[in-house]
Write a protein that binds this ligand. Structure first.
Ligand SMILES: [Zn+2]
Length: 422
């Protein structure tokens, strides 16, 4: 259904007024009825207008008087074009100075961008195979400038002045994200959610699902604990929480996630008074808005931590992405998790250069970083320490703290100070 958007009209009027300030002359031949300009029916980015002579002709020959056009009249008698084309008609730009031309172009560009912001934001769910392509795209990267297509969504782009474009992994080689396309699909699923406005990607987030790909049937109610909505990147700081909230809510609808915890209770169990929301990285940014929408006296359970690990198909990759949540790759069992436990089999996905770091531990005596492989356990003190802090004691046939070791140059052995009569 078509509605006239007064904001769009304001943008058009403001564009005209700003151009007039640069003393660019109006084209008298383009004599239109300014009062009834509006967003077009066929394309909300285009402007709909009618010439005054056409209004007169309609009165004269068809006995039709247009004051406030109905959508039908607008559709039938009005023209539609882009704001740029409209500005080119409305003003005489032949022979204007280069300064005037620059100002003219800037004003039209800003008006077009402002009109874009009026468009609704639409959710799309992409399969993991497209994640490298999305991350690889960067506006100011020469090879990546062109809009791209994913399935039926054509002409996708990420704006130059978008915070998504500034994210640390944006524009990185597609091969860095190989891991995201290699989940064990019998255990876990990864999707990417994007919000588009026009064709611009204005928000993106990874959606982790603790279910086999083939088990996700959106006709059935889904359990909130099977989902984790990772960090939601947005185009601008402005209205960030609103955009994040929309993406979060749209996801709940899209995946048919049931938030009433009683739904999943086994028969005969006492009903609870709880709402369970899928956990989300940005919980603290959106919780107030989400709670206000729920408008309930029930207890809302909403966490920012992921309740599950994700299994991969390999124990090693050539490249690794920086991960916001799943920063720990356990190469023994091929899982990534948010678990902070350290060890030689753990890799930390904390680098933006395609590498992963071996996870090291600190010496519990001197505090220096050491690989777990090189740490020595001191039974007496129940701590793991570095090689410098540990000394082998022949008497005890065990390692002791170097601080407690006293060297006997006669025997060439170390003794524990407690064992000596000094
Ligand atoms: Zn040490």
């Amino acid at each position: 259904m078509y509605i006239q958007n007064p904001e769009y009209k304001k943008i058009a009027f403001s564009m005209i007024a700003q151009i007039e300030q640069f003393k660019i002359v109006k084209n008298e031949k383009f004599n239109i009825c300014l009062q009834t300009i509006s967003n077009a029916i066929i394309n909300p980015l285009k402007i709909s207008y009618i010439k005054k002579e056409k209004i007169l002709k309609l009165i004269e020959h068809a006995n039709i008087t247009i004051t406030e056009p109905t959508p039908e009249q607008r559709n039938k008698y009005y023209n539609a074009c882009t704001l740029r084309k409209f500005a080119n008609h409305y003003f005489l730009t032949d022979g204007i100075t280069p300064e005037q031309l620059t100002a003219f172009n800037d004003i039209v560009k800003q008006a077009t961008a402002a009109a874009n912001l009026l468009l609704p934001k639409t959710l799309h769910i992409l399969d993991a195979e497209h994640i490298p392509q999305i991350y690889n795209h960067k506006y100011n990267n020469e090879r990546n400038k062109e809009p791209f297509t994913i399935g039926k969504i054509e002409g996708l782009y990420i704006g130059e002045k978008s915070d998504i474009n500034a994210s640390c992994m944006q524009g990185k080689p597609a091969k860095y994200f190989e891991l995201y396309t290699d989940l064990n699909e019998e255990e876990s699923t990864l999707k990417m959610a994007i919000l588009t406005q026009g064709n611009e990607i204005v928000a993106r987030a990874l959606v982790w699902i603790d279910k086999a790909v083939t088990d996700i049937d959106r006709r059935k109610k889904q359990h909130p604990r099977h989902f984790y909505i990772d960090r939601i990147y947005t185009k601008t700081q402005e209205h960030r929480a609103e955009t994040q909230t929309q993406l979060y809510n749209d996801l709940i609808k899209h995946f048919n996630i049931e938030t009433n915890s009683n739904y999943f209770l086994p028969d005969g169990e006492e009903p609870t008074n709880k709402i369970h929301l899928p956990p989300c990285y940005n919980r603290y940014d959106i919780v107030k808005k989400i709670e206000a929408q729920q408008n309930t006296i029930k207890q809302i359970v909403f966490s920012n931590s992921c309740p599950f690990d994700v299994e991969l198909s390999s124990y090693s990759y050539n490249y690794y992405p920086y991960a916001d949540t799943f920063q720990n790759f356990d190469t023994n069992n091929q899982t990534i998790s948010s678990d902070q436990s350290r060890g030689s089999e753990m890799l930390r996905l904390e680098n933006t250069n395609g590498d992963a770091e071996a996870s090291s531990i600190e010496c519990e005596h001197c505090g220096y970083d050491i690989d777990e492989d090189n740490s020595i356990y001191i039974e007496e003190d129940e701590i793991s320490v570095c090689e410098d802090c540990a000394t082998y004691c022949e008497d005890r046939e065990n390692y002791i703290l170097t601080d407690n070791a006293i060297y006997n140059s006669h025997s060439g052995q170390h003794h524990h100070r407690d064992d000596l009569d000094i």
